[in-house]
Design a protein around this ligand. Structure first.
Ligand code: DLL
Length: 463
């Protein structure tokens, strides 16, 4: 099955020029969606942030009883916000506040002013419901248009959506922003993977939007169907919604022959659109600082960490009307730099999120992060990036099992060889995690694939 059909879509003049500039490392020549906002001198940006913060705090205090009560309790009023550092005087917000006020308790406007609702999945309790006014939708699509252009998408691109279009913010969020930039949207949605592949071939898709784990699955299914990724029109992957470990990214890039980019966001503060990677800075993401004030705090104490140190990202959206949020604790660990970027944007860059503060497993007293396991497996060429972690109580003790999938060309019928491979992997994991690990080797394709966010951990102890 050939990988391309529609000539023409891929050779727009702007796209050609852009590709040439990107390949030559002339990042400053690449188009910028909103140059005035994205390249604003930092001093001016800080002044704008302060003005917006003061307005947003006053608006929130006036319209959301929860925040009025929380600020009154702390003895802080909107007039106390005189500098950006005064943000620290405000109360934090976490998921609990949103859950306890389900569904509309934190809305600042009546439903007559809301034009769209979204919600988090609610797998661990009540879902979190967010509402957007028309202005919120404009800001949202603007933020997305910026980040997709940062990732190398240009007007005229044909963008195929593989996020779900339901209550998840990923589908519609990216959809509106890509349209705003001038792309043709193919609203395929998640699932029906073979149809996705046929569509890429038939419609000349140039941009794929998916979680990285679903993109990997699309890649594998395409290979099985005999789809020629190298000859396909697909050029850019817009991935997000979950961490994209470097090894997974490298694997998708080399097998699908695309540039795989990563964008970040969360339902509570907007959805996708908080930050995105530019072509000059592939390990980091520019935060849309004119719309979000960021802090990085110690997850234990809530106090700011030293500049450039890793901590928990805390976000205050500066323009939200529907459901304003003050100092949202994301639980995502990262660090932020304000150093200039070769692309010319002045907005700060955050390291890509690999770890959440609430991701940590405590196994027999030792702290284990799934990203550590991912990194060990990434260094072993016999296994694929697919893995699954099971934690159980066996004989009153924590037991950690890692299921890892063997690459087809590394499978053998010899029990001894497979067992030696299993023991070698277990040793490597033990060396890195400092805790004993059972390794279970799984046949190619044996780890369940997902069409959304991958679920890597089954902690049976919690049940
Ligand atoms: O996942 C929003 C989104 C959709 C972002 C599509 C990008 C693309 P939630 O379902 O509320 O919202 O999940 C938010 O997912 O706190 C992170 O832990 C994680 N996350 C989202 N994007 C990334 C990313 C959407 N690029 C939670 N890298 C966040 C790492 C991510 N983690």
């Amino acid at each position: 099955m050939p990988g391309s059909c529609c000539a023409g879509a891929a050779d727009l003049t702007e796209k050609g020029a852009m590709l040439a500039a990107a390949q030559a490392g002339r990042f400053a020549e690449l188009p910028i969606f909103d140059r005035a906002a994205e390249c604003m001198p930092r001093e001016q940006l800080r002044a704008l942030q302060l003005e917006k913060l003061q307005r947003q705090v006053a608006y929130t205090y006036r319209n959301v009883p929860h925040y009025r009560a929380a600020m009154d309790e702390l003895g802080v009023s909107p007039e106390d916000i005189r500098t950006l550092d005064d943000v620290r005087r405000l109360p934090f917000t976490d998921k609990t506040a949103l859950r306890d006020t389900y569904p509309y308790g934190l809305f600042a406007v009546g439903l007559e002013d809301i034009i769209e609702l979204h919600a988090s999945s609610g797998t661990t309790g009540k879902p979190i419901v967010v509402g957007y006014t028309r202005d919120d939708m404009d800001v949202w699509s603007d933020c997305i248009a910026r980040l997709v252009q940062m990732a190398g998408v240009v007007p005229g691109d044909i963008a195929q959506m593989a996020f779900g279009y339901g209550m998840f913010t990923g589908g519609f969020g990216l959809h509106y922003g890509l349209q705003k930039l001038g792309c043709a949207m193919i609203p395929a949605g998640s699932g029906n993977t073979e149809r996705h592949i046929s569509m890429i071939g038939d419609y000349g898709t140039t941009v794929l939007i998916a979680t990285p784990s679903y993109a990997m699955h699309i890649c594998e299914v395409g290979e099985r169907m005999g789809f020629d990724w190298e000859r396909s029109t697909l050029r850019v992957g817009l991935f997000g919604g979950e961490p994209c470990p470097p090894a997974l990214k490298a694997e998708i890039e080399s097998r699908m022959h695309i540039v795989c980019t990563d964008n970040y966001g969360l339902t509570e503060v907007m959805g996708p659109g908080v930050s995105g990677e530019c072509l000059a800075s592939r390990d980091q993401q520019h935060i849309a600082e004119d719309h979000f004030l960021w802090e990085v705090v110690d997850p234990e104490t809530g106090e700011p960490v030293a500049e450039g140190e890793v901590g928990e990202l805390v976000l205050t959206p500066l323009d939200k009307q529907g459901i304003p949020v003050l100092r949202y604790r994301t639980h995502d660990l990262t660090r932020v730099t304000c150093e200039p970027c070769a692309c010319g944007r002045t907005h700060a860059r955050m390291d890509k999120v690999r770890v959440r503060s609430d991701d940590m497993l405590i196994i027999r007293g030792t702290n284990v992060f799934p990203s550590q396991i991912e990194d060990v497996l990434a260094g072993i060429d016999e296994v694929t990036p697919h893995y699954h972690i099971i934690v159980e109580t066996v004989g009153g003790m924590d037991a950690l099992t890692v299921e890892t999938e063997v690459r087809p060309d590394k499978m053998t019928d010899s029990f001894e060889q497979m067992d030696a491979m299993r023991r070698r992997i277990a040793e490597k994991l033990k060396g890195a995690l400092l805790v004993g690990v059972n390794v279970r080797l799984v046949e190619p394709g044996g780890i369940e694939r997902t069409m959304g966010k991958a679920k890597h951990i089954d902690d049976m102890r919690a049940r």
